[in-house]
Design a protein around this ligand. Sequence first.
Ligand SMILES: [Zn+2]
Ligand SMILES: [Zn+2]
Length: 234
Amino acid sequence: MIRGWRFPLPRGCPFCDTPVRSLPWAPVWKRICPHCCDGFSPIAPPYCRRCGRAGREGICPDCRSHPYPELIQNCSAVSYTPHTREVIRLYKYLGRERFARPMGEMMVSVAACRVRKPDVISYVPLHPSRLVERGFNQSEQLARFIGKKWGVPVVSLLVRSSPTRPQSQRSRAERLQSMEGVFELHPSIPVGKLVAVNILLVDDVYTTGATLGACARVLVQAGCNSVRSLTFAR
Ligand SMILES: [Zn+2]
Ligand SMILES: [Zn+2]
């Protein structure tokens, strides 16, 4: 006798391993357990058209005085809640690199209808000393996942020329000031290569926009047509 098989098979939530009844190819939100789902706050309209912050119609007050005009739009998947902060902490500092996939999927699902498809995807670089310490760049991992999903090339366009203190210890004004001159064009990028190119920068979190704005400035100075950003949290 052939016994019936139970379908779908229970699988682990990609963040906490709690068994979830879903198919491996189900959309990411269906593969996450109810507890993790409740912890994330997906950014849905209304949101700031410029920085993607939830709960704002039009342009939010921070963006009205935007000191980084080179970054024309940011889009983020979820709001920066305590749960989101913990997920990012586990990913970045405790090496849960497997989180890149569900996080990347959440970013792709939100960006599909909100962000113009770029010519090139890049990411916020880590200083070499921090890369050695951490062993991976979370922004690069997310960018590579998204690039693969979209079929868009992922290129390392920037280098971080000086290490910066963790941004979470700084005030908004300090963050903006501290980013001056931190990023440079990657030495492997030939002069003129970025002219008329539309770039999407990937990072894990958009806080004040200082980091992504500083990256965008370098890319615009190198001649690119537009810089937008996509982050997991805002
Ligand atoms: Zn979970
Ligand atoms: Zn805004």
